[in-house]
Design a protein around this ligand. Sequence first.
Ligand SMILES: *Cc1c(COP(=O)(O)O)cnc(C)c1O
Length: 411
Amino acid sequence: MFWEKYPYTSIKRKVFESLSKNTNYRTENILGIPATFLDTDIFYDDAPFLNDAPFLSTLIANPNHIGVHTLGDEHEDFFSGTHDIEKDLIKICAEEIFGAEPFSYDGYVASGGTEANIEALWIYRNFYLQEYKADIKDIAIVYSTDTHYSIPKALNLLNVKGIELPVHPTTREIITKDFEHKIEDALVQGIKYFIVNVNMSTTMFGSVDDIGKITNFLNLLHVNYKLHVDGAYGGFIYPFVNTDNSFNFKNKNITSFSIDGHKMLQAPYGTGIFLIRKEYMKYVCTNEAGYVKGRDYTLCGSRSGANAVCVWMILRIHGSVGWTVKMRQLVDKAATISETLNEWGIKHYRHPDLNIVTIDAHYMSSALANKYHLVPDNHNEKPNWYKIVVMPHVKSGIIDNFLSELKNEQS
Ligand SMILES: *Cc1c(COP(=O)(O)O)cnc(C)c1O
């Protein structure tokens, strides 16, 4: 994994260059698009600082990144300058983070992990409907109990059955026997096609599903499945801390990934990234999108080019080496918390390659959890767990204060 770090001046130059390649609402004859630059009473474009602000300048120029630009030349050419930046971003994610061969993938910047996950499951549902003439009742979506709620949301939207797999209460691993029984049962009941969601870090625990165990079993039984990796949380941290893992495009069992820019990467909301092998986007092509050159393959339709530019800028200012250092620091801090909790015999879960520490709620008053804004596993009943997420704003001093108050609560 390697992508070059650029100095800020180069980043700025590249963004302004690509903006200058876009069609400019201020200077060109544009009569046919129901869009323009941002409202000038609020976003006046002669603000002096804009010359030094590539992201804000992109926001104000307001390029639309509708469609999927990795699909080839057939796409809107009004904003080809910033589309190229998005293509470089998708290339970094697919080739460098997830080991894809050049030109073997498609991808786009979605509104978030939710959209990227739904896009994946939508593609696979349609793949089975079209390629196998499947009946909707022959398809099931498989996921663990610790899976993000966007997956059940997708089941509801797509009208596909779900198979939820229980996890072990302490290790948070999918229970192998239950998984195997549920798949065998489903086969007996006539499910022919499986869409499998695997978590490359869950939101609540930072647990990572054992993808090898899952795919070995499915392959052994010759199950017909498509596998999506939900890396919305873990995508920008786990592969950097654990460089020897099987969550990448070299693993033939994986077809797609979601990764959120607006979590670990500290990009603004609206920066979920969807990546999939070539020849799959076509299953969600909306042919009725007649006025969009190249048609539309996304769930969201119009989307801001500034989001793609921003994620690209963040990846480029750090480079892969800088980003790895930054992620390791977060994980090291989580490790320190975990070691202290171990010394004091406080039960908790932590994955060694992630920055989440989830503490058993029996060891903590709700007052203490509230004081430090720890997030419970549920807001309706008595929580079982409270989690600490070690983000860049979580300084050692706050951690120490929290830990000493937590220690005082143990008797
Ligand atoms: C946050 C998250 C999502 C959903 O992402 P949004 O960006 O909020 O739509 C999906 N999966 C996991 C594992 C997440 O952590």
